[in-house]
Design a protein around this ligand. Structure first.
Ligand code: SAM
Length: 272
């Protein structure tokens, strides 16, 4: 399946392995109180699928499907499911903006860290809502970069982080999508039940070092850098200084990066 053209992060091993450390306890914690044994779940843009495995544990013996545009990541989730003795998950390649399922196929439709990478998150939400049963639950969690905290304060590090955000924007996606969740969910046909914000915290040495290396690597890739330079936002020499500052920041004792995420649970409206 061809890659989503607006998905700027790519599928490098380091990133996929980092996403493979995610789980239901943090990333899907906002939706867990709504899950019940026997529910069917669709996890859209499931990546390596470790959150999917956690969701399957919550709804066991309910059927769970994880779909992603890039299926080479599924080995991680499949291995974890095997270790945990969970046999109810089906991982499939698929596009969240054009789901292969019939209307009303799932009790719960979930997406973590996916919609804000799409050029048209409304199209995805409409599809997600379509495949939900009436009264079914939608759970989404997305970043809103305006809430991110980076410390200790350093102008060049901050500018490097802003460069990534600007590259997303120039690529046609919305780095401030989190705050739009509620309105778009409502328009897609669901009634919000819960809204909150929480942080992904990179606060330990290994975490900030890994994140810094990842950001520095992103700021080296032509699909990120070319639009930034062509638009006059920065130049190659400043990009190099930002990369060096970010790598040095990531290795510093007091470095931290706390990333704001908005999270919504909503119920699909019943037809009149
Ligand atoms: C930031 S990752 C999040 C992965 C996983 N949900 C997690 O939180 O660990 C975004 C994922 O969305 C997938 N993706 C991007 N566009 C997609 C689309 N149109 N349909 C399905 N998956 C898509 C990417 O391949 C990637 O695996």
């Amino acid at each position: 399946m061809p890659d989503e053209p607006n998905y700027t992060l790519g599928h490098g091993d380091q990133l996929v392995d980092a996403f493979g450390l995610r789980g239901v306890g943090h990333e899907a914690q906002f939706v867990v109180p709504y899950l019940r044994s026997g529910m069917s779940v669709l996890d859209c843009g499931c990546g390596p699928g470790t959150i999917t495995v956690g969701l399957a544990g919550c709804v066991s013996p309910g059927r769970v499907v994880g779909i992603d545009i890039s299926g080479h990541q599924f080995d991680i989730g499949r291995k974890l499911a095997l270790q945990k003795g969970i046999a109810t998950i089906d991982f499939r390649e698929g596009d969240v903006t054009n789901l292969e399922f019939e209307d009303g196929s799932f009790d719960v439709v979930f997406a973590h860290g996916v919609l804000y990478h799409l050029a048209d998150p409304s199209a995805a939400l409409t599809e997600m809502c379509r495949v939900l049963v009436e009264g079914g639950l939608l759970g989404i969690r997305d970043a809103d970069e305006s809430g991110s905290l980076v410390g200790p304060a350093d102008e060049l590090v901050q500018r490097g982080c802003s460069a990534v955000v600007e590259a997303w924007r120039l690529n046609g996606t919305d780095p401030f999508f989190g705050r739009r969740q509620l309105g778009l969910v409502r328009r897609a046909g669901c009634e919000p039940l819960h809204f909150s914000a929480s942080y992904d915290n990179y606060t330990r040495g290994a975490q900030t070092r890994g994140l810094a290396e990842f950001i520095a690597e992103l700021l080296q890739q032509p699909h990120m850098c070319d639009p930034l330079v062509e638009s006059g936002w920065t130049d190659p020499e400043e990009l190099q200084r930002m990369r060096d500052a970010i790598v040095a920041w990531g290795a510093a004792e007091d470095a931290f990066y706390c990333r704001a995420r908005c999270e919504t649970v909503a119920r699909k409206r019943f037809s009149p």
